[in-house]
Design a protein around this ligand. Structure first.
Ligand SMILES: [Zn+2]
Length: 105
């Protein structure tokens, strides 16, 4: 442990060489990974994901950006209004039923 620290502090050629090697290996690994999983990566990037605010399906990558747009807010409001309208209608129906019952009695 202490040896590594000394080497790093001294910035010996050996450690610099090692760092370059590690960096190169990582780069190679990423490139290899991309080559092997290219289709998977692209497919995932294009995958549609449902916005948890408005329920619209959008590209996986743009969900966060989409949620800040007016379109999302607009759809949210529309959904809320439609839900409210539905609830109102249901309440009205309930009231109608109550009235019918009253008439029957
Ligand atoms: Zn949305």
């Amino acid at each position: 442990m202490s040896e590594i620290n000394e080497n790093e502090n001294n910035k010996t050629e050996e450690t610099i060489e090692l760092k370059v090697k590690v960096k190169k290996t990582k780069k190679d690994y990423n490139r290899k990974y991309y080559d092997n999983n290219r289709e998977k990566i692209i497919k995932k990037a294009c995958e549609k994901k449902q916005c948890n605010l408005c329920g619209k399906f959008i590209a996986h990558k743009t969900v966060v950006k989409h949620q800040t747009t007016n379109l999302c807010k607009k759809i949210c409001l529309k959904n809320k209004y439609e839900k409210w309208l539905k609830d109102e209608n249901e309440n009205e129906n309930e009231n109608e039923n109550e009235n019918e019952n009253e008439i029957n009695i």
